[in-house]
Design a protein around this ligand. Structure first.
Ligand code: AMP
Ligand code: ZN
Length: 462
């Protein structure tokens, strides 16, 4: 059996993975900010976490997976300025921030389910953990890491010599890189809000009492507080998108170290971005797609899942409709091929299984794992019952729902069978016009006829 190795952003190298507690993995994933639908770029980040989790499970590990829902405190600037994204959503939709959060949390869960993403063991909301966040800020205050200015309580990044370790940028460099701080009271550009006060003279829809005044938590504290609560001090793996590295995750690490003097997680993993037509995806650019947009165009969400597997998570994935179409056709062809296979036998193809796991254990090399799958599918020297058994094992990680068609011949109604027979007869009489008409009629029942050297084959149409 191959050894699982994972690329750790913190050490900038691939390392053999060893869980802190034998046989068990604590995994934390930064979840969505629920003020709008997740777009397919966001969903790529959760597909990555899903593959990671399934590979850990395939290695016999028991995974405790915690994911947060950011339903307060994530400001539009990603710094500590501007409106809360939830309040922006509320204004846009004429709903309360609470209603917006509930609606888009549901939408997110529906999308992830449609993509075959396994539900986390615990899904935790920032607004359900205000007390834990306040408590953690109090600990940071006691340890001397905080200061208070007009609009909130901030973390003093200069107090923590290791600040910047995740991105490998020392504080001075980070400060230079950071945009000119709008808030002139901040001691350093890299300092960040732990608790923000509600604006003077106005009441926010989401606000709470605290030892420092009425307000709401900064975006970063929820992840440090909730990961500690549910996974303890120093858990195994923390995941997110590459955009989290320089600020959000740097700050999570700082908070946990400042409060408890321990590293938050051992391994930090980040997935690269999805681009569209080679560039940034943006609502204003008209190229931002949700899973619903793809479904409306007739794509099976699983085709997007297959497309995502085709690029390693640490590489940018350039989305085009051509590539989605190709993935969709590939998936259909595979599903149709499997109809003729025998049901899974008791023995699989051990060599292929080893090769498949070796690919995935090499920092989740899904493109390589897919190529092992295609090799297995095409290997006519192996009986289909053995290939079927192995393929279903592969699918426990890939999540392509291959059991839907495996060993299940297409059910074709009497009426369609008669049309196919009539078409065969007209072809025999070289009546091409009639045979074409019949092809159309068969298509209207949802089936395609394919003329093969061994006779006419019927398969599921579009
Ligand atoms: P948010 O809901 O904005 O907090 O983002 C949710 C997740 O999507 C985070 O893990 C981001 O890193 C990730 N993300 C945002 N944009 C993209 C993109 N274009 N491609 C891939 N991941 C993205
Ligand atoms: Zn987070």
């Amino acid at each position: 059996m191959s050894t699982l190795t994972l690329f750790n952003t913190l050490t900038r190298k691939k390392e053999p993975f060893e869980p802190i507690r034998q046989g068990h993995v604590g995994l934390y994933t930064c979840g969505p900010t629920v003020y709008w639908y997740a777009h397919i770029g966001n969903l790529r980040a959760y597909l990555f976490a899903d593959i990671l989790k399934r590979v850990l499970m395939a290695n016999g590990l028991d995974v405790d997976h915690v994911m947060n829902i950011t339903d307060v405190g994530h400001l539009v600037s990603d710094g500590d300025e501007g409106e809360d994204k939830l309040e922006v959503g509320a204004k846009r939709e004429g709903k309360t921030a609470w209603e917006v959060a509930a609606f888009y949390t549901e939408a997110f869960l529906r999308d992830t389910e449609r993509l075959g993403i396994l539900a986390p063991s615990k899904l935790v909301k920032a607004t359900d953990h205000i007390a834990e966040q306040i408590e953690m800020i109090q600990t940071l205050e006691k340890n001397g890491y905080t200061y208070r200015i007009d609009d909130g309580v901030y973390f003093d990044t200069a107090k923590l010599p290791s600040y910047g370790e995740l991105s490998g940028q020392p504080l001075e460099e980070k400060e230079e890189g950071a945009r000119v701080a709008i808030n002139t009271q901040k001691r350093h550009a890299t300092d960040f809000a732990l608790w923000k006060f509600s604006p003077k003279g106005s009441t926010r829809q989401m606000e709470w009492e605290s030892p420092w005044g009425v307000g709401f938590p900064g975006w970063h504290i929820e992840c440090s507080a909730m990961s500690t609560k549910y996974l303890g001090h120093t858990f195994d793996i923390h995941t997110g998108g590459v955009d989290h590295i320089p600020v959000h995750h740097e700050n999570e690490i700082a908070q946990t170290k400042g409060a408890y003097g321990v590293p938050q997680a051992r391994v930090w993993m980040h997935s690269e971005f999805l681009t569209v037509d080679g560039g940034r995806m943006g609502k204003s650019l008209g190229n931002l797609y949700t899973l619903d947009d793809l479904a409306k165009k007739g794509f099976d969400p699983t085709s997007y899942r297959l497309l995502a597997h085709g690029t390693h998570y640490r590489h940018k994935l350039n989305f085009t409709f051509e590539s989605l179409l190709a993935a969709d056709a590939t998936l259909r062809r595979l599903r149709e091929t499997l109809r003729d296979w025998d049901a899974p036998g008791v023995a699989g193809c051990a060599g292929y299984e080893e090769e498949f796991m070796a690919a995935l254990n090499d920092d989740l090399n899904t493109p390589q794992a897919l190529s092992v799958l295609w090799k297995l599918v095409d290997d006519g020297t192996m009986p289909t019952r053995a290939r079927a058994r192995t393929l279903l094992k592969f699918d426990e990680v890939l999540g392509l729902h291959l059991s839907q068609t495996l060993g299940k011949p297409l059910e074709i109604s009497q009426a369609v069978q008669q049309l196919v027979q009539a078409r065969d007869a007209s072809r025999a009489q070289k009546d091409w016009k009639e045979s074409d008409r019949l092809r159309e009629e068969i298509a209207s029942h949802g089936f395609d006829v394919v003329d093969t050297p061994t006779g006419t084959k019927v398969q599921k149409g579009d």
